[in-house]
Design a protein around this ligand. Structure first.
Ligand code: IPE
Ligand code: IPE
Ligand code: MG
Length: 262
């Protein structure tokens, strides 16, 4: 009896929370949504520390927040969502943490792909295979490929991603192509150079969200972020709810984007 009442309370609280973000969604101008949102998911380690748990538990809690963010982006019809999961600099962390993060990514891909596919989500990996266990790389690529024909939300996981690396790889690819066709260099423009980046074909991010109060890009989309609105949320990533996401979208809609004009 006590247990079932407790269960009821949980359910009630959950429904109440869900209602909150749905109420807030009504305040959004659906004609002025960012086309592409990038999220620097930060603060898992601090969250774990706050809860007196090992860092890996913070990352595990962060996976839940990731799922919620994808759901919300899908619910409000954002076209592209890119989430920064592992940077080219994160290899400097202790090996046990790196191993844990790789394991979580593999689990996430396997668990989520069926639901993402059902939702018509197109999942891609943005990043370099450099230093990544080739078996894992192949596995996550093949898992993402299951969704390659989907036409809904484009959900990118930036994994072993670094903006500088992306630009250097782009230059190398351009150099190779230009050895066959010199005009590629003569006619090069910023727009054309964008085609050599991992984000080729995608709109630049209109909004970049970083959680945990840190105000830096940490090598995320430095080329693409030229005119992105940057919003820093104080919330640690595992606590970033649908409600927080909608709040950030509302703040974005208050911004006056000028693109160098007046
Ligand atoms: C973000 O959380 C996740 C990754 C970078 C993989 P952190 O692990 O950076 O958390 P903090 O910054 O230590 O709190
Ligand atoms: C940025 O977070 C990378 C990811 C969120 C994956 P970090 O925690 O690695 O960044 P710094 O070290 O605080 O700049
Ligand atoms: Mg961090």
């Amino acid at each position: 009896m006590v247990l079932s009442m407790h269960g009821c309370g949980e359910k009630h609280r959950k429904e109440h929370k869900e209602m909150d973000y749905r109420e807030l969604i009504k305040e959004l101008d659906l004609t002025k949504l960012p086309r592409h949102v990038g999220i620097i998911m930060d603060g898992n380690g601090r969250w774990a520390k706050q809860h007196h748990r090992p860092r890996l538990l913070g990352h595990r809690a962060g996976v839940k927040a990731t799922r919620l963010a994808v759901e919300l982006a899908d619910e409000v019809n954002i076209q592209v969502l890119t989430m920064f999961a592992f940077s080219t600099e994160n290899w400097s962390r202790p090996q046990s943490e790196i191993d844990g993060l790789m394991k979580l990514l593999r689990e996430f891909m396997h668990k989520e792909v069926i639901e993402l596919n059902r939702k018509n989500v197109h999942l891609s990996i943005l990043g370099s295979p450099d230093k990544v266990n080739p078996k894992l790389w192949k596995e996550i690529y093949e898992t993402a490929a299951i969704t390659s024909r989907n036409t809904g939300l484009k959900f990118n996981i930036a994994f072993n991603y670094g903006s500088r690396q992306e630009i250097v790889e782009g230059i190398k690819a351009l150099y190779k192509a230009a050895s066959v066709d010199r005009s590629l260099i003569q006619n090069l423009s910023p727009e054309k150079f964008s085609d050599y980046l991992y984000t080729t074909g995608l709109p630049d991010p209109d909004l970049i969200i970083r959680t945990s109060g840190e105000s830096r890009l940490s090598n995320f989309m430095m080329w693409q972020a030229a005119y992105a609105e940057i919003i820093i949320s104080p919330v640690l990533w595992p606590d970033f709810s649908k409600f927080e996401f909608v709040k950030v979208l509302l703040e974005y809609q208050k911004r006056n984007r000028r693109f160098g004009g007046i």
